[in-house]
Design a protein around this ligand. Sequence first.
Ligand SMILES: C[S@@+](CC[C@H](N)C(=O)[O-])C[C@H]1O[C@@H](n2cnc3c(N)ncnc32)[C@H](O)[C@@H]1O
Length: 267
Amino acid sequence: MTGQHRVEIDTGKPHPARMYDWYLGGKDNYPVDEAMGRQMLTLDPRVPVMARVNRAFMHRATRWLARNGTRQFLDVGTGIPTEPNLHQIAQEVAPDARVVYCDNDPIVLAHAAALLRGAPEGATDYLQADVRDPDAILEGARKILDFDRPVALSLVALLHFVSDEDGAHDLVGRLLAELPSGSHLVMTHATADFTPEESRAATEKLKAAGVTLALRSREEFTRFFDGLDLIEPGVVVPHLWHPELGEPVAGQDDGVVPGYGAVARKP
Ligand SMILES: C[S@@+](CC[C@H](N)C(=O)[O-])C[C@H]1O[C@@H](n2cnc3c(N)ncnc32)[C@H](O)[C@@H]1O
């Protein structure tokens, strides 16, 4: 593991990684995360379905990429391990696949050893870094990944935690600039397009608790892919992206999941 720091868990305010773990039914969260998670459920009871739909999108996109020749993955905003994790999907298709995980939350660092347990040594690593510091991510990732060969940059359910003031679009551009032709960008992102009132209330509640939620429109999401070739079916709600590559998530069709997902290739 690279970029190691002393792990200090702040249990006084909710954290996105731990709330997401709570939505997924995990045990690596604290009362403050559960309390905020329950508040989100009062605004939209389908939040746990959204979390599972999002996770299932990551599985299918990774499977699609591995089956179509991608052998290197850079996954930023990894989250607390929930099996199967990205490297397990990729290495099931392609045992020689190399994976670098990255997150800025100390609780994810605390679980990095469990995440990497059993993974092929030297082919899978964890890097503690913030997406707002792309140079640190690129420097760490180069230790495992060969940037002369295509890399799938996976930013799944991450960038709605990064504001425009922090330059979300430029950060993606900076990371992609270092990757060669044939690389891919994989993203999901929450939006207020479908449920504006609930989304506004959720954003305010999270802000009051110290968590940034930068919901983006379809147009703003699509702009992350400028200069790239979108893979069919393009920008869609996540469960409609290549559904044939995985199992449906219970409840995914009961109303719109307020998010977008897409995969695109760097020409
Ligand atoms: C909702 S979880 C998504 C986990 C996983 N990508 C998935 O889709 O299943 C979001 C993750 O992004 C991480 N994150 C949030 N802001 C970040 C930042 N500025 N830099 C790196 N990671 C960040 C959180 O710690 C959390 O683990």
